[in-house]
Design a protein around this ligand. Sequence first.
Ligand code: ATP
Ligand code: MG
Length: 138
Amino acid sequence: MSQITFTMFKPDAVVNGYAGKILNDITEAGFAIIAFKYTKLSPEMAGKFYAVHQERGFYNDLVSYMSSGPIYVAILQKVNAVADFRTLIGATDPSKAEAGTIRAKYAKSIEANAVHGSDSDENANIEANFFFTQFERF
Ligand code: ATP
Ligand code: MG
């Protein structure tokens, strides 16, 4: 059974020109792109998206970073999408990410770490619904 996951190409990946390479890595790994757009988060939207982290010391920096520039957002479909995508992107801290993973290749720091990937099926649906209507999914 196919599942979905949700991803963002974060501001650092976009500004450094890695969006095309990341998209290629994702499709080469067997994910179907069922929704895709170029957008920019307001600080309010970034705060809502990362609300689970609001007690963490890095929250305010994360919100201003995630609203600092445009991003690409996408819904990806594949068998075992959530877990396989987390494997493809690697550890949160790119210095600890396995060689060949998206974060190892393209991320700058633990904060500016190139991509987001949902951490559960439930959150994948919540995050996909945050950005996309049913009319934007094919
Ligand atoms: P994401 O949710 O973006 O896919 P993740 O699940 O690997 O990343 P989380 O623990 O959910 O990691 O953290 C969310 C984001 O917050 C990270 O991707 C990173 O941008 C930022 N972050 C996490 N830990 C730190 C930290 N110690 N210092 C600064 N920023 C951090
Ligand atoms: Mg996370």
